[in-house]
Design a binder for this molecule. Structure first.
Ligand code: SAM
Length: 441
């Protein structure tokens, strides 16, 4: 199978099954024996089409009598792929873009080949006019250009202002850096950098976090010997900041109520130097394997993995833990660079989140010992899911106080107040919110 056909299959899987792109790519690419060049083009097509889906559909709807909602998945995906190549990929000739796409239509939906051919040729004939955006509405123009659900553009413009939103949209269109977290139980950062460089991988230190390494050309990670030996995990800097802010002492009791796939759990267990105990819970049984796999690969002996719903109270855990982490389910609007499909979430899908987040935080707070630390974090930049949840909690529970964050210098405006607001356009990291509280009585 060639690059375009692989991309087509992955995109159909994402469209029909609502899968995340990274999960679908891993699934389809796992046992695929293809040249690196084909792998590269397939990946480019998959991410390119997902990142520009609203815009590509806008063009299809300009040219087609049958609107995208009514088109079959096959035809819709192939049209998106064809137009994407014409509009964005200079390295591919327009002729190849049309012919290769039409060949795939002939294979998968023969009777639509004339229709797809006509639309793609129309794009080429009237390129400037067809690719131009003019919806007659400023918000819709921006939503189409950057491919977002319009409510997000409206919401950000209202909350952050036009200029900030523009910067954020540009930052979200950039390719994110790849970071590793060194397993300091097994190896030092300097030594791991040397070992990576011996493999021809570009690796450099990150100043903000002493166990972080930026890598540039690390491919096929799961088969990498150093990965298999448990010398590192993949984690973004913002996510590592959570562990640093928590800063758990050796031999303490830690509870992570929403822990899968285990990035922060294993970071905290490592910071504790394999002592004490981290109880790692998640509501989804099937996700516990992900945590266990990483714990075992890293050689951690201080993690207990449990299946538990954090929206329920666990009477056995009351007042038991020195540190509790609530890394709650959220809209994910801070990690669009990594999961572009988040741009298409509907407002209605997210409306119950603050309530769920508050319940999880409220329950988790009951497990903290007097003097213990409670961290609330999300990978979103929406105030409703972040500071507003914390403000409500502080108003309700006077036995908790926000604690100045001294472990790191990232958001000097707010860290004295006990929280960090991290944005891709300001800090060059995933968008996160991290708040630190202490139980005072
Ligand atoms: C943001 S992710 C956690 C990421 C994780 N802390 C890490 O660093 O790898 C949120 C997690 O909460 C879990 N979750 C959602 N609802 C939950 C609930 N009611 N109780 C416990 N876990 C829940 C999800 O399965 C998901 O794995």
């Amino acid at each position: 199978m060639k690059a375009r056909e692989i991309a087509f299959k992955v995109l159909c899987d994402i469209e029909d099954n609502n899968n995340y792109s990274n999960i679908a790519i891993n699934k389809h690419f796992k046992n695929l024996d293809i040249a690196n060049q084909d792998r590269g083009l397939a990946t480019e097509l998959i991410y390119g089409v997902i990142e520009n889906q609203y815009y590509l559909d806008y063009i299809i709807n300009k040219l087609s009598k049958i609107k995208t909602q009514k088109l079959s998945t096959y035809v819709k995906i192939l049209l998106r792929m064809g137009i994407y190549q014409i509009a964005f990929l200079d390295s591919i000739s327009e002729y190849a873009a049309v012919n290769e796409t039409v060949n795939l239509v002939k294979k998968y939906d023969k009777r639509s080949s004339g229709f797809v051919n006509a639309i793609l040729r129309n794009v080429i004939r009237n390129k400037d006019e067809v690719l131009d955006i003019n919806t007659g509405n400023e918000i819709m123009d921006i939503a189409t250009k950057y491919s977002y659900s319009p409510w997000i553009i409206k919401d950000w413009t209202k909350n952050f202002g036009k200029e900030f939103t523009q910067d954020l949209l540009e930052a979200n269109s950039e390719k994110p850096n790849l970071y590793l977290r060194v397993n300091t139980i097994k190896i030092s950062r300097d030594e791991l950098i040397n070992r990576l460089q011996e493999q021809g991988i570009k690796a450099s230190k990150v100043n903000t976090i002493e166990e972080a390494i930026k890598v540039e050309n690390l491919k096929n990670i799961e088969n990498n010997e150093l990965f298999k030996q448990g010398l590192f995990t993949i984690q973004d800097i913002s996510s590592m900041v959570v562990g640093k802010v928590m800063n758990p002492k050796e031999n303490s009791m830690v509870l992570d109520v929403c822990s899968a796939p285990g990035g922060k759990t294993t970071h905290m267990a490592t910071l504790m130097n394999n002592t004490g105990k981290v109880v790692a819970r998640d509501v989804f049984e099937h996700k516990l394997k992900l945590i266990n796999d990483t714990v075992n690969r890293l050689g951690l002996a201080n993690v207990d993995v449990e299946n538990f719903d954090a929206s329920q109270i666990d009477t056995e855990s009351l007042d038991k833990f020195d540190y509790v982490l609530t890394d709650v389910p959220c809209s994910g609007l801070g990690i669009i660079r990594r999961k572009p499909e988040i741009k298409y979430k509907e407002k209605a899908d997210l409306k119950d989140l603050p309530k769920i987040q508050y319940t999880i935080l409220e329950n988790a707070s009951k497990y903290v010992k007097i003097g213990g630390t409670l961290i609330y974090s999300t990978c979103t930049i929406q105030d409703k899911e972040n500071i507003e949840v914390i403000e409500k909690f502080i108003n309700e529970y006077d036995n908790f106080e926000l604690v100045p964050i001294n472990e790191i210098n990232i958001d000097l405006d707010n860290q004295d107040k006990g929280y960090l607001k991290i944005y891709p356009n300001i800090h060059g990291m995933d968008g996160f919110f991290i708040s630190k509280l202490r139980r005072v009585r």
